[in-house]
Design a protein around this ligand. Structure first.
Ligand code: NCD
Ligand code: ZN
Length: 371
């Protein structure tokens, strides 16, 4: 389906592709959802919707109602794929009941990212029979649902607090193998993979039951960009942006044409006041350029071809079992534009507290969605 529509001096300047899916999307709720919804549905055919609202989405009923609010805020035809938030108390029966309402369950390590206070306290519960999280994963595997992992450990086995730059490494080396061993028939997606250690693990073990999503920010930034001249709160996420060799490893993984690697933008908007605060909230809006930014990374890697379409529009769908042969397409053109500040309050009364800083505010983005 991928079709080059324009070329100048050997370089692609316009192309058409199957409308992609976003396998990791924080659409939020209320006014923010109303702002973000159309951005997502313009670019993506469907999206996995993260459940870390306050309170978190932990029942089929909540997922069903949230889905309706998303449908109200997006363009007709957009398909929100709902998820449940794995807590210590999530009842396996609720997972069973949710079979038709949700596609995946999200694991958050407690305290390591935005709205993760309800996350699982002890990661070992994921592989310890007799605990509720273990039983939930057993049911999820029976239903052929997907476990979405925020792949980070807060502590090592001796109880010492880990450095944020080592959290994913520790998880991949010590926690992920235990989960896989305990649930060999469970489909697992490592979310927003951020390190070369994670990339090595996925290349070795990826397949029918294991894959990963990659964000545009981890493909475009390295740690120098976060700290150049001082700390940049609007380039700050969890998992943290690593040194350059990790970005290179992730770029190679993204463009290596592996069926177990797909797009998950982790677009995660916060009001400006929460980013420029005593404790900077983790997460940044990417949805305003949710596919365009990936095109930049693939262009840098000279991989703006079928590989891009498989990564963005086909691999995730196959893994998740989202059988859907739609033929909708989008077109991107190589035309620079600058994102502007955004405001999500409907009334406009609270402009000071409702401003949202999109990724690359005031800087250039190289690709543009054709209207
Ligand atoms: C996400 C958010 O803001 O909800 N933040 C982030 O830094 N990515 C949560 C998450 O996915 O970790
Ligand atoms: Zn996220």
């Amino acid at each position: 389906m991928f079709e080059v529509l324009g070329r100048t001096e050997g370089k692609v300047t316009a192309f058409r592709m199957l409308k992609p899916d976003d396998w990791h999307q924080h659409m939020r709720d209320g006014d923010m959802l109303k702002l973000v919804g159309p951005m997502v549905s313009k670019r993506f055919y469907s999206a996995i919707i993260m459940p870390n609202l306050t309170p978190p989405i932990t029942t089929a009923q909540q997922a069903f109602e949230y889905r309706q609010r998303i449908l109200d805020a997006t363009e007709p035809g957009f398909i929100p794929l709902m998820t449940l938030y794995l807590t210590d108390g999530l009842d396996p029966e609720e997972v069973r009941k949710s079979h038709n309402a949700v596609w995946a369950i999200k694991y958050y390590p407690r305290g390591l990212t935005t709205n993760s206070d309800s996350g699982v306290k002890n990661p070992a519960d994921l592989w310890t029979p007799g605990t509720k999280p273990y039983d939930c994963l057993q049911v999820l595997a029976e239903q052929r649902g997907v476990l979405l992992l925020h792949a980070a450990d807060g502590f090592d086995r001796a109880g010492a607090e880990l450095d944020p730059y080592d959290q994913e490494k520790h998880f991949v080396m010590h926690t992920l193998p235990e989960i896989i061993k305990a649930h060999p028939r469970l489909k697992i997606s490592v979310e927003h993979l951020s390190t070369k250690w994670g990339a090595d693990f996925i290349v070795t073990h990826g397949g029918e039951y294991l894959g990963c999503s990659l964000t545009a920010h981890h493909l475009l930034l390295d740690r120098r960009d976060v700290f150049r001249g001082g700390f940049h709160p609007h380039r700050s996420w969890m998992p943290v942006i690593q040194p350059p060799e990790h970005k290179e490893a992730l770029r190679h993984l993204a463009t290596a044409d592996k069926p177990f690697v797909w797009l998950g933008s982790d677009s995660a908007p916060h009001p400006r006041v929460k980013k420029e605060a005593a404790c900077c909230a983790s997460g940044v809006l990417m949805a305003h350029a949710g596919i365009e930014l990936y095109a930049e990374a693939f262009e840098d890697m000279k991989a703006l071809d079928n590989r891009f379409e498989r990564f963005a529009s086909l691999n995730g769908r196959k893994f998740f079992g989202f059988i859907n042969d739609h033929m909708q397409t989008i077109e991107l053109v190589r035309e620079e534009w600058k994102p502007q500040p955004l405001f999500y309050a409907e009334s406009g009364e609270n402009l000071d507290v409702s401003e949202l800083v999109p990724f690359r505010l005031g800087e250039n983005i190289r690709w543009k969605l054709a209207a």
